[in-house]
Design a protein around this ligand. Structure first.
Ligand code: HEC
Length: 438
């Protein structure tokens, strides 16, 4: 077994691949025979999202673990060829690991590589972008009211991923790479700028998701183009009994550290679509940056704490101030995203339920029904059904939140005129008046 080629593809056996393809073919045939396209898209979304989370957890989990090892290695009193060792207990067993400065004199038969989780996180993430955003760019990718054609939106979206990587590579090839604090500052400004620019074209949700995808692309490409090739170099050099240039090793470590600091910001963007208050907001680029800086501060805190694990809190600089900083930034975002009383909502005459029902029927029910009439929707999105008076009254606070405070609903429907500010004000006034029923 060549230690260069130890990976998971060895388990691929053709009969099993054929069986999987056959199951997929049955699903496609069932869909076509019954006109289940929207239903099938939901299931595709489910399966791919599930895989995306699984690979993402495996990738980031392994990455956190190895960063922990590196941070917490015992470097005193180890053999000359080692940079450190560590004892750990997990799952009922005690483990002992040694890290080599470069490589052992003789390479082991099996060398475990960690790369497929990263690649497949990216691949499943990109498939999700296609399923959720690109398959129907007018619904949630484009800003409401945008007249841009769908293909242009998709082109901008994909170009943003490529541009992120190119700009990052450009920055990393300058001296900035060796000045991490300045790199962070420049990177942060560029992310804010990108969020602001994308926000001119995309919806808030589409903007946040693409910032996350841009950073995720940088991370995955760092693994593919930098980290894995350099590990192959390391193994080849070890096979030939040569040493690697320490400058090269330092360079790779810096690049890999970028991934470490990007993890928490990217994880936020993965869950961001649940929180319209963060992205349906004129200053959403600012909210994003506040949360990103908080994430980077927490990650730095974890790194420092892991390195100083042998010190007590009082003697070590475990930097609790970083946590205070993160909390203060979250407080800032909490304040900035708070619902504002719109001037139209004040002094509104009493709203009758019939009026509310008519607005909901015209702007929401095509999607938010047990059986939506809007093409492409197989079931009520988010499980939110707004058909009976009880349902509408029951969702009153949510309705205000999504269509008055953040205005992220209704999604655009071709042929339906957009909801007017007056209609939103009437919905807001209805909830303010205690959301009376019929
Ligand atoms: C074109 C279809 C469409 C229309 C029209 C529409 N929605 Fe939605 N709605 C969605 C989708 C899709 C989601 C799920 C979004 C997500 O996954 O975050 C959703 C989610 C919601 C949620 C749940 C949000 C959450 O945080 O869980 C509420 C509440 C909601 N919509 C209310 C409304 C109201 C009120 C209207 C009319 C003013 C409306 N929607 C119009 C498609 C639509």
């Amino acid at each position: 077994m060549n230690p260069l080629h130890q990976d998971r593809l060895r388990i691929v056996k053709w009969p099993w691949v054929l069986a999987l393809l056959a199951i997929f073919a049955v699903a496609v045939a069932l869909t076509l025979a019954n006109g289940w396209q929207a239903h099938a898209r939901e299931w595709l979304n489910l399966v791919v999202r599930w895989l995306h989370i699984i690979y993402g957890v495996a990738w980031i989990g392994a990455s956190f673990y190895f960063i922990f090892l590196e941070n917490a290695l015992e470097r005193q009193g180890v053999r000359a060829e080692l940079s450190g060792n560590i004892w750990a207990i997990h799952g009922g067993g005690i483990y002992y690991l040694e890290k080599y400065k470069t490589a052992p004199k003789e390479l082991p038969r099996y060398l475990h590589w960690f790369k497929w989780d990263a690649y497949l996180t990216w691949v499943t993430g990109f498939l999700l972008l296609i399923i959720v955003y690109y398959a129907d760019p007018r619904t949630i990718l484009l800003a409401p009211g945008s007249t841009l054609p769908g293909w242009a939106a998709i082109a901008i979206a994909i170009a943003s991923l490529v541009a992120a990587w190119l700009v990052y590579v450009g920055l990393s090839s300058t001296q900035l790479l060796y000045r991490p604090a300045l790199f962070l500052l420049v990177g942060g400004v560029l992310v804010a700028l990108a969020a602001y620019l994308l926000g001119q074209v995309f919806s808030g949700r589409g903007t946040f998701m693409h910032i996350g995808a841009m950073l995720g692309t940088i991370m995955a490409a760092n693994v593919f183009f930098v980290i894995i090739p350099s590990q192959k170099k390391l193994v080849r050099a070890a096979q030939r009994g040569e040493a690697l240039d320490p400058n090269f090793v330092a360079w790779v470590q810096l690049r890999s550290r970028h991934n470490n600091y990007l993890t928490l910001p990217v994880l936020f963007t993965m869950i961001a679509h649940h929180f319209p208050m963060t992205y349906n907001n004129g200053a959403n680029w600012l909210i994003l940056i506040l949360l990103f800086v908080a994430g980077v501060a927490v990650r730095h805190f974890i790194n420092v704490t892991e390195k100083e694990h042998h010190k007590t809190l009082t003697e070590g600089g475990a930097m609790p101030y970083l946590l205070v900083l993160a909390a203060a930034l979250l407080l800032g975002a909490f304040y900035l995203t708070a619902p504002r009383q719109s001037p139209e909502a004040q002094g509104q005459p009493a709203v009758t339920f019939a009026e509310v029902q008519a607005i909901i029927a015209a702007h929401c029910q095509m999607c938010h029904a047990a059986r939506p009439t809007q093409p492409g929707f197989a079931s009520a999105p988010g499980g939110v059904v707004l058909e009976t008076p009880e349902q509408i009254v029951g969702y009153a606070q949510k309705i205000k939140q999504v269509s008055v405070d953040t205005q992220y609903m209704p999604l655009m429907v071709p042929g339906v005129p957009p909801m007017t500010p007056e209609q939103r004000a009437r919905l807001g006034a209805w909830v303010a008046q205690g959301a009376p029923g019929p």
